[in-house]
Design a protein. Structure first.
Length: 357
């Protein structure tokens, strides 16, 4: 497993990270706490040392599971958590988004509670969880800087989501000197706004790193969602429209060449190739797929070692992306979420519409 630095923070993360939203919740299958702990330990044994959790995942359950899993191994782990959602005073309704609180008092209490659940006195990375750009005030940035100065936080990040978009927020994370990383949905099929952030980092000379989540495009690029798959109502991927998957299966067939590299360094699976494509961007520090079992861990953690994407392959993928992978039907990819009435989308020059929510 290779490692990369988050910004210029001195904090190193494994190229493949563990997205701990999968433990402490039932969104990606049911498992006992003991099974969840074993899963995290298995990932650590495979070299996956960057662990990315959040206080709202299972309303603290994910953090408690991670705390148990890294007991006695804290020095091996680059530990990240997120704060910002007030789940203490608000009930969860399905997968609906909870209200956020980003004032000094709430964030301080939430961060201290996270440290308690994780059974640690510091985190390597602390991220604001899905904060709108107008919520990250100078007061909030000053508080985060204080925690970094006193050693309780090694690096700072801004996690974007849950929907795709958040251009204004990602651009702010790149602009503000306090942040070392921006986390966003980024994959071969959903290249915006991740592609925009990479270009902005390059053009501005920023040290900000990108943490890429949903690298497998909700089951398409790891082929865990096929035409024969029936997604249950509780499956987190079932929110995608049918057109998304129908066009996605055609796109997968258009990039089969990635499984058979055009050089003699070996082969790779489609799921590994999807991760390698993201790692072809120097700005991407870590990729956090959603591991569901030991087979996923074994295959995807090895992506750091399989043949990299060649220049010729990268250019071919760029050409296919520009042609929508030769799919001429609507796939629902023309909408981005915005907190500033589409001004960020227009400023970025993207051929996208602002979402209506």
């Amino acid at each position: 497993m290779e490692h990369r630095e988050l910004g210029n923070s001195g904090v190193e993360v494994s190229e493949v990270g563990f997205g701990a939203w999968v433990v402490g919740t039932d969104w990606w299958g049911d498992r006992s706490d003991d099974q969840a702990v074993e899963m995290v330990e298995e990932a650590l044994d495979a070299g996956v040392t960057y662990v990315d959790t959040g206080d709202v995942y299972g309303h603290g359950d994910s953090e408690e599971i991670i705390g148990k899993a890294i007991d006695g191994r804290r020095d091996e782990v680059t530990l990240s958590t997120k704060v910002g959602y007030d789940f203490y005073d608000n009930p969860q309704a399905g997968h609906g988004e909870l209200p956020k609180e980003l004032n000094r008092e709430y964030l301080t209490e939430a961060f201290e509670a996270s440290l308690d659940r994780l059974d640690t006195d510091y985190v390597d990375v602390l991220q604001l969880h899905n904060a709108d750009v107008d919520e990250v005030t100078p007061e909030v940035r000053d508080l985060l800087s204080e925690w970094k100065a006193d050693g309780r936080v090694g690096a700072l990040g801004w996690a974007l989501g849950p929907s795709i978009g958040w251009l204004a927020e990602g651009d702010a994370a790149i602009e503000y000197e306090e942040f070392d990383a921006v986390q966003t949905v980024f994959n071969l099929f959903e290249q915006e706004p991740g592609r925009h952030f990479v270009e902005t980092i390059r053009e501005s000379g920023s040290d900000t790193s990108v943490i890429a989540r949903v690298p497998h495009s909700s089951g398409l690029l790891n082929e865990q969602v096929t035409p024969d798959t029936v997604l249950g109502d509780g499956d987190h991927r079932s929110h995608r429209p049918e057109e998304w998957y129908e066009t996605g299966w055609e796109k997968v067939e258009a990039i089969r060449f990635l499984e058979d590299p055009d050089h003699a360094e070996g082969t790779r699976t489609m799921a590994q190739a999807a991760i390698r494509w993201l790692l072809a961007h120097d700005e991407v520090a870590s990729v956090t797929p959603t591991f569901r079992d030991g087979d996923d861990i074994a295959e995807w953690s090895a992506a750091s070692e399989v043949p990299p994407i060649s220049d010729a392959e990268y250019e071919r993928l760029d050409e296919l992306y520009a042609r929508n992978f030769d799919v001429d039907r609507d796939d629902g990819m023309d909408v981005l979420r915005t907190s500033v009435d589409g001004e960020d989308i227009e400023a970025a020059g993207l051929d996208k519409r602002a979402a209506s929510y």
